[in-house]
Ligand binder design. Structure first.
Ligand SMILES: CC(C)(COP(=O)(O)OP(=O)(O)OC[C@H]1O[C@@H](n2cnc3c(N)ncnc32)[C@H](O)[C@@H]1OP(=O)(O)O)[C@@H](O)C(=O)NCCC(=O)NCCSC(=O)C(=O)O
Length: 412
């Protein structure tokens, strides 16, 4: 087999030409490969015949979800029953032309399918394999099932996503998105490109790299001073609500019209400007508030002064005053605010993608923006098995064989 992929639009972006097989589900691995596909990689996603569970997530129209439209964009979706050895043989054949494989099953699951590292590397000796799992490919927790929720909690994030204990007895909040999965996916994409760089330097080696990303560890690596501060001082970082533990003032302040305004004036020049906006320029030199350590020590008093000012204004008005004074501030954007925002529109970060299943779908653009070769949203998340025939034909299968595999329930 060989042949360059034929896709509805030619690949664009700095990763054009990179070929990646995804055997993933839910968020972590699929998010990793979405990032790669956004920058031009040819991602072939293998799904079970019933499809990835995320297809059922979120609001649906006629059985299609806008979430999927973005989650699986730019990917070629093929559906294979990996419990059938013929499908496993197909994967091993596809792998011969792949640079990388990304998966997020429980450690050992791919081996049970017959897709062990040895089998994959026998098919493609320099295949980079990125594995995302709950706890990693070894260690005492290796076999435990996991989701991002668990990674967020054991990584230390969930202890902090709350208000201080003296202010609430509510349970810690989820940040509102699958942050643990997406962070793990980002590390997967980052690590994959690092290993491919190694593979390709000095004309390429036949070194086979594998990458082992744990949801827990991906979160832990984001936890700033939490662990070092415990190690040195025995201090356990505690929830701060919408404050920041290390800088002040930065918080969400209530407004007259019942909204929350985020204000971040946590440097000396910014605070001096804020003090002027509050009509209290002397506060900048007040020993209670001069310098970040003093402001942190008296943060309750300081926040009360700022809240007294914000409460006297409607949110949009206060926001405008603060921006005119060059102080970072914003309202909390909803989807509607994001969709209407001129900065996002100007940079293509909010764009309309034509989805044959749903019509026009608003999607977030591509991050990072690479002006010289920005990638593209070439197509929206496809239906189950939309590219099975195309991909298998490229792999050299005849229409008759494809029809036979479909008839026996090996592919969809
Ligand atoms: C997510 C999981 C907890 C799901 O666990 P389980 O529901 O127990 O299922 P498994 O993943 O172990 O396996 C799913 C079953 O589907 C089968 N399966 C999967 N794909 C196929 C295909 N293509 N063909 C045939 N069968 C398939 C597989 O053999 C299993 O069948 P049987 O063998 O017959 O059972 C686990 O995969 C896991 O811990 N993954 C690593 C951590 C991770 O990435 N979590 C999700 C991140 S995203 C996230 O957290 C989020 O979105 O939120």
């Amino acid at each position: 087999m060989s042949a360059a992929p034929s896709s509805p639009m030619p690949a664009a972006g700095p990763l054009a030409g990179l070929r990646v097989l995804e055997i993933g589900h839910f968020v972590a691995a699929p998010f990793c490969t979405r990032l790669l596909a956004d920058l031009g990689a040819d991602v072939v996603k293998v799904e079970p015949l019933g499809g990835d569970p995320v297809r059922q997530w979120g609001e649906q129209r006629d059985g299609h979800s806008p979430w999927w439209s973005m989650h699986a964009r730019n990917k070629r979706c093929i559906a294979l029953d990996l419990k059938n050895p013929r499908a496993v043989a197909l994967v091993l054949d596809l792998v011969k032309d792949m640079d990388a494989l990304v998966e997020n099953f429980r450690p050992g699951q791919l081996d049970r399918f017959g897709l062990s590292e040895a089998a994959l590397h026998a098919a493609r000796p320099d295949l980079a394999i990125a594995r995302i799992s709950g706890f990693g490919q070894d260690g005492p927790y290796r076999d435990r099932a996991s989701f991002g929720v668990i990674g967020e909690a054991m990584g230390g994030l969930r202890h902090l996503t709350n208000h201080p204990p003296e202010e609430t007895d509510l349970p810690p909040s989820r940040v509102g998105i699958s942050i643990g999965d997406s962070i793990a996916g980002l590390y997967g994409a980052f690590g994959l490109l690092a290993t491919l760089w190694q593979r390709d330097r000095a004309g390429g080696t036949k070194q086979a790299y594998t990458l082992d990303v744990a949801l827990t560890e991906a979160m832990l690596s984001m936890m700033e001073g939490t662990l070092p501060e415990y190690g040195v001082f025995g201090t356990i970082r505690q929830p701060q609500g919408s404050r920041i533990q290390t800088a002040a003032p930065t918080n969400a302040y209530p407004t007259r019209d019942g909204q929350w305004l985020l204000v971040a004036a946590n440097s000396d020049p910014l605070f001096r400007r804020l003090a002027r906006v509050l009509g209290r320029p002397e506060l900048a030199d007040d020993p209670r508030f001069a310098g970040n350590p003093a402001r942190l020590a008296n943060v309750g008093e300081l926040d009360a002064l700022i809240a007294a000012w914000t409460r006297a204004h409607d949110a949009a008005e206060a926001d405008a005053i603060l921006q005119a004074a060059d102080i970072p501030s914003t309202l909390c954007f909803t989807a509607a605010d994001i969709a209407a925002d001129p900065q996002y529109r100007a940079r293509g970060m909010v764009r309309e993608v034509e989805d044959p299943l749903l019509g026009p779908v608003l999607q977030a653009g591509i991050v990072p923006h690479v002006p010289e070769d920005p990638g593209a949203v070439r197509w929206a998340g496809p239906s189950i098995g939309a590219h099975t025939d195309e991909v298998l034909a490229q792999a050299g299968l005849s229409p008759e064989t494809i029809a036979e595999l479909r008839a026996e329930g090996t592919i969809r």
